[in-house]
Design a protein around this ligand. Structure first.
Ligand code: NAG
Ligand code: NAG
Ligand code: NAG
Length: 552
């Protein structure tokens, strides 16, 4: 069952790719030997490269070097401080191309990775040279003169990159009386958790140097750690890291620490009833439908945790904003940290939202009773949350839809194109009252652990359901297949997770379209949401087709 006609085409493509790649890297090596590195740069980039160093781009005097993290797959993540990011972002928005310039003179194109970060690939040649030094971000504008980089520019101070394979503190959030530090590599498994008593938060100057203060952790769970603020005044911003056990040096950190400035003042944005939080990667084309639908039934504010999207996320979000939707994007470029992202979303928005729906952009909440109404209204979702006060969480079961005969992304949207699903319910998603969430912030993506005084209410399927467009047309699904997001769920591609619910039944470990994909996962025709949304949003065209407002 594993080898199919598609395989040979795929292998051929792989072969061509590898061949082109080898040929390219050969000519690259060959030219290296007799060209000065600056000239090499211009050649490799095929455009005049002016090595205006980071100082020129981001203002002078030169800002402290950016934090560089070496991610899996030889990806380098450059994290900008909030001071420098606006000008870098501005440069990225113009025709200025940005590059990572390494100490050897090698360079690679830098891509934006959300609002405050860039990514570039570590050039092949450097992958064998240890230690790994952080690159600089440089601008190469096509219009500027071709005065080549001088040797001087490569002479910047060398700093080793932080390696994602090691423990790292990557983000922090300050509440009125605590700092929550997000760090990987300390609690390695679900069931091997370091007690809070072993852990300290350690505060140091932003530019590096010895610790200025430390406070004992009060909570340690998953990748979230809570500590009180230090009593001494620290420069703002500073750094925060974690130290495990008494003597140990703090782990590497890119997490900035700021004392909260609001000091008891109300939050800047008004508090709303229901928000939604989701992790996105290249989900721009799904957003308009997802936002329009959920806003119509009562979600007032959307938080998108952007995992380094490379698609049209910014313009799409901007357009949604101009249409009156409240959509906020936060950069979350950290690999395999979805639980931590949700913990961050819960704790950082508790003054902004009473309830938070934690659902993906391919999931739509629907109550069967809504289909009786001719139009949606903004109290619909709220009516599902009108539960007794002891309920801090409402969990709704998911129905998984299959490709439903589609061969590509349906233009009218997922609610229109996917109408055949598996019979059995799978898992659930939750709406959580943010003040009911346990101090540990523990979540499994599907639900949160609540404070002792709260309970979870499971909705019956007749009351509410989540339509999960999980197995889409192969062109969409194969992208998802390659990217798994959750921390504790092994990759689908790994044979160790054979029994896991996360694996796709009938699918091997390769991203090759299984025979008969378009007809798979189709046990029940289910047009409830398709028909309801046609009635609510659709305009009938001359051909008798429904045109949905999110269609471009
Ligand atoms: C973000 O994307 C990377 C791949 O680029 C992936 O490995 C990681 O799991 C994603 N993280 C989240 C939190 O979605
Ligand atoms: C809004 O929808 C709810 C169903 O959830 C319904 O009970 C209510 O009457 C509707 N309100 C209006 C103004 O139509
Ligand atoms: C769904 O409906 C189509 C056409 O209406 C039909 O051909 C197909 O057999 C149905 N599938 C299931 C699983 O009922």
């Amino acid at each position: 069952m594993r080898r199919r006609p598609a395989t040979s085409l795929f292998s051929f493509a792989v072969f061509v790719f590898v061949f082109v790649f080898l040929a390219a890297s050969f000519s690259f090596r060959a030219s290296r030997d007799f060209l000065p590195s600056a000239a090499l740069n211009s050649m490799a980039l095929r455009r005049p490269l002016t090595s205006r160093a980071v100082s020129e781009l981001l203002g002078s005097p030169p800002p402290p070097p950016l934090d560089a993290v070496l991610l899996p797959d030889w990806e380098v993540l450059l994290v900008l401080s909030p001071e420098s990011s606006p000008s870098a972002a501005a440069a990225a928005a113009t025709d200025t191309s940005l590059f990572c310039l390494f100490h050897t003179g090698d360079s690679s194109p830098a891509r934006r990775a959300g609002a405050a970060a860039f990514r570039c690939s570590l050039p092949h040649r450097l992958r064998r040279i240890r230690p790994f030094y952080a690159p600089r971000l440089i601008a190469a504008s096509a219009s500027s003169s071709s005065s080549a980089a001088t040797g001087h520019d490569f002479d910047f101070p060398r700093r080793e990159m932080i390696r994602w394979s090691m423990p790292v503190a990557y983000q922090s959030f300050s509440t009125e009386d605590e700092v929550i530090v997000f760090a990987k590599g300390i609690n390695r498994r679900k069931h091997s958790v370091r007690p809070a008593a072993d852990i300290k938060c350690v505060f140091s100057p932003a530019s590096g140097g010895p610790a200025l203060a430390a406070t004992p952790a009060t909570s340690s769970a998953q990748e979230a750690f809570r500590c009180p603020h230090p009593s001494v005044r620290l420069p703002s911003p500073s750094r925060v890291s974690l130290a495990v056990a008494l003597e140990a040096a703090p782990i590497a950190t890119v997490a900035e620490y700021r004392r909260p400035s609001f000091g008891g003042r109300p939050p800047s944005r008004s508090r709303v009833g229901i928000c939604a939080c989701t992790m996105v990667f290249n989900a721009a084309k799904f957003l308009p439908e997802w936002v329009a639908y959920h806003a119509a039934v009562g979600v007032e504010r959307f938080f998108l945790y952007d995992n380094a999207s490379e698609d049209e996320l910014d313009p799409v979000v901007k357009r949604l904003g101009s249409e009156g939707y409240d959509v906020i994007v936060r950069s979350w470029p950290w690999p395999k940290t979805q639980e931590a992202g949700f913990s961050h979303c819960a704790v950082s928005n508790r003054h902004e939202c009473e309830w938070m729906a934690f659902i993906d952009v391919d999931e739509f909440i629907l109550a069967p009773a809504w289909s009786n109404f001719n139009s949606p209204n903004r109290s619909m979702l709220g009516s599902l949350l009108a539960v007794q006060p002891e309920f801090g969480q409402v969990s709704i079961r998911c129905l998984e839809f299959g490709p439903s005969g589609q061969q590509r992304h349906p233009q009218a949207g997922v609610t229109q194109g996917y109408t055949c699903r598996r019979r059995a319910e799978q898992r659930h998603k939750s709406l959580v009252r943010l003040d009911a969430i346990d101090n540990s912030l523990i979540n499994s993506i599907h639900h949160f652990i609540l404070k002792d005084s709260f309970k979870t209410k499971f909705m019956g399927r007749w009351e509410a359901r989540v339509n999960h467009y999980k197995y889409q047309a192969w062109t969409e699904f194969k992208i998802k297949f390659r990217r798994r997001v959750s921390t504790y769920v092994p990759d689908w591609k790994q044979s160790t997770s054979l029994g896991s619910q996360d694996r796709v039944p009938g699918l091997g470990f390769e991203a090759i379209e299984p025979l008969g994909w378009t007809g798979m996962f189709c046990e029940v025709n289910d047009t409830l949401l398709q028909e309801t949304t046609q009635k609510w949003f659709g305009a009938v065209s001359l051909e008798g087709e429904y045109r949905m407002p999110w269609q471009n």
